[in-house]
Ligand binder design. Structure first.
Ligand SMILES: [Zn+2]
Length: 292
C-alpha cells in the first residue's frame, strides 16, 4: 500500500488539531535553572487565579468560562511541568486561548513556544517585546544583551500579537489589562485583572520584574534605564492592587504565604504592589551606588 495514504490523513489531523502531547523544546542549561525548575504543587491563589509554575518561576493560570489564559511560560523544560500542573487542577492545557508575557527573557518565555504548539493559543507581548519574542533573541537595547553569553536565546514564538499600553486581552468575561513597565527589559509588561469569589472581588496585579540586572559593562545610570525603572516602580506602586504576583515567586513571598494559608488568604494584601516597588527601587539604588 502506498504509505502516503496512511500518513497524509494523520499529518492533516496533526496540522488541524495541533499535537496531542506537549512536545517540549530542548532544555536550557544555566546555573540556577535546575533549582528554578524544581516542581511546585499548583494551587488556587484566589477565584479565577491559579499558580501553575515551578518552584522558582511563576506561571499563572486564569480560568474563564470560555477557555484559559496563561501568564508566562518559564523555561523550555518547565513546559511539561506547567501542562501537568494545569491538568492536575482539572483543566485542559489545550484550552489555553491566550498566553501573556511579562518580559522576554529565557527563564519566563522559554516554555511559551511548546505550550502554544499544544494549544494554538495567541501569544501577547508589548510592542518592544514582539521582535525578541518572535526571533528567540534579546534585542540590543536589553540590559542583559550579551553576544558573548553562553546562553540567553530561547525557542522563538509564532503568531505574536503586540498589545498597546492600557489595552485589554478578553477571554470569556475576564479582561486582562496590559500595563507597560519597562526597565528590566525594554518591553516589560505588567498585567492586571479582577478575580471574584464568594462575593469578594479583588484586583490581581502580575507586576513584572524591575530588578537592575545587566550584562557586564551596561550602566543603568548613563543609559537612562534607571529612569525607566523609577517610572515603572511608580506605576506598579500606584495600581489598584489587592493581590500582588510577579515572575519570580520569591518576589511575592509565595513559600511563606503558602505556610499561612490556614489564617485567611495571605495572598490578599493591599500593600503588596507598594512593598514590591520599594524593594525594586532599593535594588536600583544599590546598583547606582556601585556604578558611581
Ligand atoms: Zn528577566
Amino acid at each position: 500500500m502506498n504509505p502516503l495514504r496512511l500518513t497524509l490523513p494523520v499529518l492533516l489531523l496533526t496540522v488541524a488539531c495541533g499535537p496531542r502531547q506537549l512536545e517540549p523544546d530542548a532544555d536550557i542549561i544555566c546555573d540556577p535553572c535546575a533549582g528554578w525548575n524544581e516542581p511546585q504543587q499548583p494551587f488556587r491563589i484566589h477565584g479565577n487565579a491559579w499558580y501553575v509554575g515551578t518552584a522558582g518561576l511563576s506561571s499563572i493560570l486564569i480560568e474563564t468560562e470560555d477557555g484559559l489564559v496563561l501568564i508566562d511560560g518559564a523555561l523550555p523544560q518547565s513546559a511539561p511541568l506547567i501542562a501537568a500542573n494545569i491538568q492536575s487542577l482539572g483543566f485542559e492545557p489545550r484550552d489555553l486561548k491566550a498566553i501573556l508575557v511579562s518580559h522576554v527573557h529565557f527563564d519566563h518565555v522559554g516554555g511559551v513556544a511548546a505550550l502554544q504548539r499544544l494549544s494554538n493559543a495567541t501569544v501577547y507581548t508589548s510592542q518592544a517585546g514582539r521582535e525578541p519574542l518572535s526571533t528567540g533573541q534579546l534585542s540590543g537595547d536589553d540590559p542583559q544583551y550579551d553576544p558573548a553569553a553562553a546562553y540567553g536565546d530561547f525557542p522563538p514564538v509564532r503568531k505574536v500579537v503586540a498589545i498597546g499600553d492600557g489595552d485589554v486581552v478578553s477571554v470569556g468575561s475576564v479582561e486582562v489589562k496590559a500595563i507597560y513597565t519597562p526597565g528590566h527589559t525594554p518591553g516589560g509588561t505588567s498585567w492586571t485583572w479582577q478575580s471574584c469569589a464568594l462575593g469578594n472581588c479583588y484586583n490581581v496585579v502580575y507586576g513584572d520584574s524591575l530588578s537592575a540586572v545587566s550584562a557586564p559593562g551596561f550602566e543603568f545610570s548613563s543609559s537612562g534605564v534607571a529612569d525607566d525603572i523609577i517610572a515603572s516602580a511608580g506605576i506598579i506602586g500606584d495600581l489598584d492592587c489587592d493581590i500582588f504576583l510577579s515572575p519570580h515567586p520569591f518576589f511575592f513571598g509565595m513559600t511563606d504565604k503558602l505556610e499561612r494559608f490556614d489564617q485567611g488568604n495571605p495572598f490578599v494584601q493591599n500593600v503588596g504592589c507598594l512593598l514590591y516597588a520599594e524593594s525594586m527601587l532599593g535594588w536600583l539604588e544599590r546598583r547606582l551606588e556601585a556604578e558611581r
